[in-house]
Design a protein around this ligand. Structure first.
Ligand SMILES: Cc1ncc(COP(=O)(O)O)c(C=O)c1O
Length: 385
């Protein structure tokens, strides 16, 4: 990667900048950061055109047709976009079926509870992909018309597991053609090659694998489904339909747009294209993840999920050595300019290393060297016993 101002690389730039081996926000390129160094009026014709181009580009990155789909940008973090979809698609007479195998599926449940959206949840173990047959069997066992939608996470960032959303979508649309299909692809969009043509509402955000900066999320919506959302949301700000209408009518956001973050994502999309699109980005992340998985295995670390994990983030068990203390391990790595991430699974002591963002093979190898240094400082023999 081009010099990004990291302490450990001895560069001349901002010394406090660290490498983020996290699930987000992520390291972004210097050119993305530079794109933010410009003030823009939210009602200026140039900005309106930038927003329009970005929306079109996001549909293109998803591999979908602009005749059938549109991208709606939503201020806030990714959760705001997820919440806007759940609020805007529920008619409150039928239920949404949440298919969960981790914290982000569970977050959908909390959103529904708070907003009093009728739902059911099918929970799968955090260490396994969701079972498509079980979802379909469950729906078949239920009275006709009780559910209006199914919502699932593509990459469950809790563990890094990648769910078979394509298979679920195909079978769902075959057996229940009236069902709305919602996919949270927050941490997989632009980094996992997928066919999203069965999805009605596809959610992600600027600061994940597109490598923009935080500030807004987006939803790629099937137009025929979006049109049915009029008047459904019980929130003013998180109303996907009204947000879309606003953007369509005069090209403007209803409320203050994240102008700088939009300039950042516009630049980030150019960089995605230059990298070879989703395929190119997936290639780099897979290489990053391979270096970490092999390197950590050589050091005796055990993965939470062997084999099935994707290339977004990997979860490792804490070493059993008595000197291991995660907070100390984390702080020591942080002092070396390397930020890893705590675990999020319910029943295991573990931590995560993200492979995404503006990071390359050299960054991953450097992290491994820093891990060696820290283990040695903590008096933990490496390889671990
Ligand atoms: C799959 C998934 N869904 C939702 C979210 C929530 O996004 P945010 O933290 O930006 O609100 C995340 C965040 O990492 C995520 O990975």
């Amino acid at each position: 990667m081009e010099n990004n101002g990291i302490i450990s690389s001895g560069s001349h730039a901002a010394p406090q900048e660290k490498k983020l081996f996290t699930p987000g926000p992520l390291c972004v390129s210097r050119t993305v950061k530079e794109a933010l160094c410009r003030d823009m009026g939210s009602r200026d014709t140039e900005f309106i055109q930038i927003v329009k181009n970005l929306r079109d580009n996001l549909v293109k990155v998803a591999g979908l047709s602009q005749n059938e789909f549109t991208a709606v940008l939503m201020q806030g973090s990714g959760t705001f976009s997820v919440e806007s979809v759940l609020l805007s698609t529920s008619n409150r007479k039928q239920k949404v079926l949440i298919v969960a195998n981790g914290a982000y599926g569970q977050r959908m449940k909390i959103i529904c509870e708070k907003a009093e959206i009728p739902y059911d949840i099918l929970v799968f173990p955090e260490t396994q992909v969701v079972d498509v047959e079980r979802v379909l069997n469950f729906l078949e066992s239920q009275p006709n018309g009780i559910f209006s939608s199914v919502a699932v996470i593509h990459c469950e960032t809790t563990t890094g597991i990648i769910n078979p959303t394509e298979k679920l979508g195909e079978q769902l649309k075959q057996k229940f053609p009236a069902m709305t299909y919602i996919v949270d692809a927050m941490s997989s969009f632009a980094a996992v090659e997928a066919n999203y043509s069965q999805v009605d509402f596809l959610i992600s955000s600027a600061n994940k694998c597109l490598q923009g900066v935080p500030g807004f999320g987006f939803v790629i919506c099937r137009l025929t489904q979006l049109e049915k959302c009029k008047g459904l949301s019980k929130s003013l700000a998180l109303d996907l339909y009204e947000q879309w209408k606003g953007l369509e009518e005069n090209g403007q956001f209803r409320f203050t747009p994240p102008t700088h973050a939009i300039l950042g994502l516009t630049q980030a999309c150019k960089e995605l294209e230059a990298e070879g699109g989703v395929a190119g980005r997936a290639r780099r992340y897979k290489k990053n993840s391979e270096i970490i998985k092999v390197g950590m295995a050589e050091r005796g670390f055990k993965q939470l999920i062997e084999g099935e994990e994707g290339h977004i983030t990997t979860t490792f068990f804490y070493p059993s050595h008595e000197n291991f203390n995660f907070q100390k391990f984390y702080n020591e790595l942080s002092d070396l300019g390397q930020l890893i991430y705590p675990g999020k699974v319910t029943n295991a002591a573990c931590f995560r290393i993200g492979h995404i963002g503006h990071l390359d093979a050299e960054d991953m190898r450097h992290l491994l060297k820093c891990i060696d240094q820290v283990l040695s400082k903590m008096n933990i023999p490496c390889p671990l016993q």
